[in-house]
Design a protein. Structure first.
Length: 293
């Protein structure tokens, strides 16, 4: 499903000169060129995190960015404070006087989608911490390249704009290289809750989303931490649980292999035998004989 950013706003005093939009994997970039009245401004709140980057402005005034209607706020200026990172669901007010024209880039992104692409959960503290009105030459260079690509009537390959946007997000949130940080294991209660759930439900398909919700983690974070804790991926643990049930039936009953295969969730006896041999190193029949010898 294509990522669709959602924003609620109440604005006045703007006339849109042009709007160019491009969408990539979990990212939507809007390039706005607007004319401002004697007074312009608005109230904004978005479902997803976003970056607001002022590329150009004209007039004697500067936009005032505020966290509340009564907040003094701070000036956004192309040279000294052009960039603002706004977390999801954070309210923002903008007051503009003495500004004739604004050109800005809005970069909305789905944090879960970006986390999956980076093979790591984005640090929640960084996602939830606003960083308003700062400057960074590298980010501004990327923003100008993104703006040029968005307005290009013959855009380049999607990987170009996508890579620029991803690089900008990584830089703005200061996302470090994954292997420079030690993976943490699950807390004992998280591991117990996850393994008990898998053991109890191993005969059906278990979605990674279910396990992540049980432990209060993102899917990526849970998957990595589970492997640190157990030495195996969640789906491998589930297969182990199914085979343990099959072993119990092999040694504790005289059921036929076709029956055991059906009761432990395998498609048929051949599937059961193939998986059993792959994981245990021998067939179910030979394994059963070895237990009774």
């Amino acid at each position: 499903m294509t990522f669709q950013p959602r924003m609620q706003n109440r604005i006045e005093g703007f006339a849109v000169g042009s709007l160019h939009r491009r969408a990539w994997n979990g990212i939507v970039a809007d390039l706005w060129d607007v004319e401002c009245g004697a007074y312009a401004g608005g109230h904004y709140v978005a479902r997803d995190p976003r970056l607001f980057i002022l590329l150009d402005h004209s007039g004697s005034g500067r936009p005032m960015i505020k966290r509340s209607p009564n907040d003094g706020g701070g000036q956004q200026d192309r040279r000294v404070s052009p960039i603002s990172y706004v977390p999801a669901e954070m309210e923002l007010w903008v007051d503009i006087q003495g500004v004739e024209r604004l050109r800005h880039l809005d970069l909305h992104f789905d944090a879960n989608s970006i986390g999956r692409r980076l093979m790591d959960e984005i640090d929640p503290d960084r996602l939830n911490h606003a960083n308003l009105l700062f400057a960074d030459a590298g980010i501004m260079s990327l923003a100008e390249l993104i703006a040029a690509e968005i307005s290009n009537p013959t855009p380049l390959h999607d990987l170009y704009g996508d890579s620029l946007c991803l690089a900008l997000i990584i830089s703005a949130l200061k996302i470090e290289k994954t292997n420079t940080r030690k993976r943490s294991a699950l807390a004992p209660w998280q591991l117990r809750r996850a393994t008990e759930f898998i053991d109890a439900n191993c005969l059906r398909g278990i979605r990674l989303e279910e396990l992540a919700e049980l432990t209060g983690l993102s899917q990526s974070h849970f998957s990595h931490s589970f492997k640190v804790s157990t030495g195996m991926a969640p789906h491998q643990w589930q297969m182990k649980a199914r085979l343990d049930k099959a072993k119990a039936l092999l040694t504790g009953s005289d059921h036929a292999l076709t029956t055991i295969a059906a009761e432990t969730g395998f498609a048929d006896q051949a599937h059961f035998t193939r998986v059993f041999r792959q994981h245990i190193g021998t067939t179910p029949a030979r394994w059963k004989r070895a237990q009774t010898a």
